[in-house]
Design a protein around this ligand. Sequence first.
Ligand SMILES: *[C@@H]1O[C@H](CO)[C@@H](O)[C@H](O)[C@H]1NC(C)=O
Ligand SMILES: *[C@@H]1O[C@H](CO)[C@@H](O)[C@H](O)[C@H]1NC(C)=O
Ligand SMILES: *[C@@H]1O[C@H](CO)[C@@H](O)[C@H](O)[C@H]1NC(C)=O
Length: 478
Amino acid sequence: MIWKLALLGIIAKVSLLLFWTYWRTRVSIIPVLVEFEHFANDVANTSGALADQFPSVLVVSDTLPYPPVQLPAAARLHLTAPDIDVPLLERVHRGLTPSSHVLVLPDFVRVSDAGRLAALATAQLSAMVALPVGAVQCERVRLDVRRWTLEYSPAAEGGPCDAVSGRHGLLLPTALLWRLAEPFCRPAPECLYVQTARARLPVVLSPSGLLAPAPVELTQRQRQKLRQYREHRWDALLRLLEVRRVVRAGRSQWHGCTRDSARCFPSLVDDTPDYLHRGRWTPPCCLRHLRHTARHVLRALTVCGARHWLEGGSLLGAVRSGDIIPWDSDVDVGMYLDDVPGCAPLRDAVKRPVVDEQGFVWEKAPEGRFFRVQFSAQNRIHVDIFPFYSRNGTMTKDTWFATHRQDCEFPEHYLTPLETLPFVGVNASVPNRARQFLELKFGPGVVENPQYPQPSVLALRAERPGDVDMNDPWRDEL
Ligand SMILES: *[C@@H]1O[C@H](CO)[C@@H](O)[C@H](O)[C@H]1NC(C)=O
Ligand SMILES: *[C@@H]1O[C@H](CO)[C@@H](O)[C@H](O)[C@H]1NC(C)=O
Ligand SMILES: *[C@@H]1O[C@H](CO)[C@@H](O)[C@H](O)[C@H]1NC(C)=O
């Protein structure tokens, strides 16, 4: 009797273990077709083929595909664009069948081995796995929000992989997809990788042979149009992410403001540009234009023989790093008022704004008795030039900014003689004993202790949790 009970107990335990193992390893994969264009795609044939291999197929599109696509009964069409008759929550979840994994596929591919795919999903229950269709490469991805920059670099041999380039499908746990802010954003899977890289989720590269290219019958014109659409989608993604610079293998591609567009931040309130409130520094395109304008102005002042020097935050940046402070919004230069008449663009700007041969605009600043040189008529990022004069050995001027501690008189001996320091790639004229000059203007320790212009204004941000990353070692990056 007792041994029978013991045997029953063992059988029950074994069955439970088997059942649990079965449940744990039971995978269900739903292929997702999101990366296709309405005017030329293989969605009908692809989903037809997938419907024979998987219980369900998900086709995701912003709007109803046109021309219409014939989908098999097993396929569900999920439309992401707002629909006035469908509540938001319902729209987000509508048509989505529960599954353990999703397989995000590029257009024009077939799953050649669904059995091996299921085995792979079972072995990689929680990982993202890239399934090559052609040649692929592992990459590192870093979205640096503070610098508006998206950076790609080749992954080290055998090292971690944030993204895969080249044609491939992406198998990932469904739960992971739902943790992302934009699970269906495009281009896929590039947009997924930007998000998973931020969450430090690596992607594993599987051997090839699970996916195969489908026969493609496209005209030259269609191929060209597909490439164009892809570029547009990429640009739209960068706008969504507010990325202004993409770095690939150390080379920058610029997005965002140009010479012909408006400066990419609005006028300053409380000396604090809007981007600082948002935990960001100067957009890199603006910094680049600002450096360009600064080099132009410093050269022009040198050519006309004006005695000039870097002022305020610009001098501070030169002393700290030979560059503009990474969150600064303009460049400040001081000069002798006596030298203004000898400089044609300044002399002319007294009467009316002057556009020079290279398109820079020289004008009298509306705020007071100083000059402003804008990058262009449209893009008003600028260098301010403050004329000073000597009164009994003290340098003074006529317009002062009450909120700027650094805007004050100083002994002329800092300018006799002037010295040079590297700044934005040139040797810029600066006061002698620049560090002492800066401490006189800003206070002791200013070079070593970076501060935002008006920290008290920014302190408001700290009251919103999640807005500030307290562990962000931005000071170490200087
Ligand atoms: C889909 O398959 C059919 C039959 O194999 C073929 O005639 C058709 O051209 C295919 N469609 C596309 C878009 O490739
Ligand atoms: C300059 O200093 C001299 C003598 O120190 C004085 O007489 C004169 O008033 C001062 N001038 C100004 C403009 O302060
Ligand atoms: C700056 O000056 C130094 C010393 O005179 C010189 O070696 C260097 O090439 C100059 N740099 C630039 C960018 O002109």
